[in-house]
Design a protein. Structure first.
Length: 616
């Protein structure tokens, strides 16, 4: 089988799975699950075959799809080292999450619809990974948004899930509007939306890079990767099933924005890169503070995802897209592990998500607890684990930039260790603090095996930077460039000291402040104003609600008044009314009555006499 054929299987296997489930297996839950998991396995196997068959070669295939005058839209794929790295991560992590879902969703009455949603998401996400032009990326981008909407709102009887799905969909549309305008502008400017062609034009003439195009395309990243100011949807998206949170809102979909930036990095001038770097560093710190005000285990992890996306954005903005990709991959391993471990905890505690109603889970669920601890340590950047390699590379890049970004990122690392330590000490140590926690038991094997595999990758995945060139070319190039920069050795030592101090101090302080298995939030008890400030999340939602209710809604009512009463009432219906009145008057002159004609004849004579006499 050729690489092209293997890639066609990769793309169409999940689509076929989704179609079969939608039309034939909505109520046949076991068969739907089997079809979806099989499709996910096929994606991984055939994706790996395509990678092995191509080696270091780049595969590019494209053909015409639509014609609109001179404008032509092609369908095709670009299979280079960046796409290969992303494909194998999405395929493997997605396959593990499908397996985990067999146990987690076993009692769900709508699991047929759930697995169909997973399949359509895999199809959409892989389309983004492989697409060779901006138009095709946008098509799959919107399909990913639809998939997210459908899976967040999976629990049809939950008002919270319904509101969260609508919020995610609408907020992302705001970013996607800028993305779409950017695509149109890029076509007008370059005459094409093909990534390779645009890259060639820029390589030949760097002056073709425009701030406006880069800024507009960046809007797609801001929405999808939940960056300022469109970050508000991600914590609420935790209302969906936990495996969805792991797959879409931790490992793949939210990372699609970062992947997209890496795909089009040649379009970004230094001004926009600097903006992205500061934006990412700010989000890394902001999300860390917000996590301290959350008691929901999934929302704490959601804010940690926001923080890590900020690290990836900072790496890209600092000029190291390969380092951003490196952290994207390692983050996918340990964050998927953390979310799935949280899902195991929720499953074992009968869907309890409040960490202050847990406690003692290390004894009740030892495998889940140990894997969660490994994910926590990897997230904190403990030496030797996957997060250490990628996060420290970002910190070094920040340090070598000679900007305060380094200190923001270091503060973010300290915050990460603090809130993750808080979560672990409270939920897993001490004594059970609720009936559900006291009766918790370890999850079934279908849920534990993915945790163990992801735990291994969370430990060893950092060595990916030293994998063969065909899978990590950009990553290795960026790391080599970083290592050969002036003052690298001194900055490396500084990062080792600051980075190690950040996670050690963060974990130790959180342990002594919150204690093992605390029954209440001591920060809320001892410093209520500070806790209230952290829980407010800087009132972004309140500001948006005020804007929608007090400004946007009133403006919409004004436009509605203008539309109904002015445009329709006066210009449309008014003009029609005038024509009707003229017609009615005209009809009255021709009623077939002889007396009427005589009267009009006499009136006409009198009028003519008056005009002729000068009276009128």
């Amino acid at each position: 089988m050729t690489p092209t054929q293997s890639l066609l299987v990769v793309i169409f296997a999940p689509l076929l799975s989704a179609v079969i489930i939608a039309f034939f297996c909505r109520q046949r839950h076991g068969l739907a699950a089997a079809i979806s998991v099989t499709a996910a396995g096929a994606i991984f196997v055939f994706g790996l075959l395509a990678i092995l068959a191509t080696g270091t070669d780049v595969v590019h295939a494209s053909s015409a799809w639509l014609h609109f005058g001179d404008f032509e839209v092609n369908k095709g794929f670009l299979f280079d080292d960046v796409a290969k790295t992303m494909l194998i991560m999405v395929a493997f992590v997605g396959f593990l999450i499908h397996i985990f879902s067999l146990g987690y969703m076993a009692d769900d009455p709508a699991r047929g619809r759930y697995f169909g949603g997973l399949s359509i998401f895999m199809f959409s996400m892989l389309g983004i990974v492989l697409a060779d032009n901006l138009v095709m990326i946008f098509v799959f981008w919107e399909l990913v948004g639809f998939s997210s909407y459908m899976l967040i709102g999976h629990y049809l009887n939950s008002d919270e899930a319904a509101a969260a799905s609508k919020k995610a969909f609408i907020v992302n549309r705001i970013g996607d509007l800028g993305f779409l305008v950017g695509i149109v502008y890029a076509y007008w400017h370059f005459g094409t939306t093909n990534l390779s062609e645009m890259g060639g034009y820029v390589a030949g003439n760097p002056d073709l890079v425009k701030i406006s195009i880069a800024a507009l395309l960046m809007c797609g990243f801001i929405g999808k990767s939940a960056q300022f100011p469109l970050h508000v949807w991600l914590p609420d998206a935790m209302a969906g099933p936990t495996p969805v949170s792991a797959l879409i809102h931790a490992a793949t979909m939210v990372a699609a924005g970062v992947y997209f930036l890496i795909r089009i990095d040649f379009l970004f001038p230094q001004e926009v890169l600097t903006l992205i770097a500061w934006l990412g560093a700010s989000v890394a710190v902001y999300a860390g503070f917000c996590a301290y005000g959350q008691n929901d285990i999934k929302k704490i992890l959601a804010y940690s995802t926001l923080s890590q996306l900020g690290y990836m954005a900072a790496a890209f903005g600092l000029g190291f897209p390969g380092v951003a990709l490196f952290h994207l991959i390692t983050h996918a391993f340990f964050k998927a592990l953390l979310f799935l471990s949280a899902g195991s905890v929720i499953h074992g505690c009968h869907h309890e998500q409040d960490i202050f109603k847990m406690g003692g889970l290390l004894k009740k669920m030892p495998i889940t607890a140990i894997t969660f601890l490994i994910g926590t340590l990897a997230l904190c950047g403990v030496y030797g684990l996957s997060g250490f390699f990628s996060k420290d590379a970002i910190l070094i890049a920040g340090g070598l930039s000679n900007t305060p970004i380094f200190y923001l990122l270091t503060l973010g690392a300290f915050m990460t260790a603090g809130y993750m330590g808080r979560l672990f000490w409270i939920a897993f140590l001490g004594q059970p603090k609720s009936e559900d926690a006291s009766h918790a038991k370890e999850s079934p094997l279908t849920m534990l095996v993915p945790l163990i595999v992801l735990a291994v990758l969370s430990v060893a995945g950092g060595w990916m930077g030293y994998w063969p060139d065909f899978l990590g070319g950009l990553i290795k190039d960026n790391l080599d460039h970083l290592h050969h920069m002036d003052h690298y050795d001194a900055m490396h030592k500084k990062v080792l000291i600051f980075g190690s101090a950040a996670w050690i101090v963060g974990l130790v302080v959180s342990f002594f402040f919150y204690g093992a298995g605390a029954k209440e939030d001591r920060l809320e008890k001892k410093a209520a104003p500070i806790y209230g400030f952290l829980r407010s999340r800087l009132w972004f939602d309140e500001v948006y609600n005020f804007y929608v209710e007090k400004i946007q809604q009133r403006f919409a009512l004004l436009l509605n008044f203008i539309d109904v009463f002015v445009i329709k009432g006066i210009f449309v219906r008014g003009s029609a009314g005038i024509v009707g009145l003229v017609g009615m008057c005209s009809r009255s002159l021709h009623d077939g009555n002889l007396h009427t004609y005589v009267y009009w004849f006499l009136a006409g004579l009198i009028l003519l006499w008056a005009v002729a006499s000068g009276l009128l």
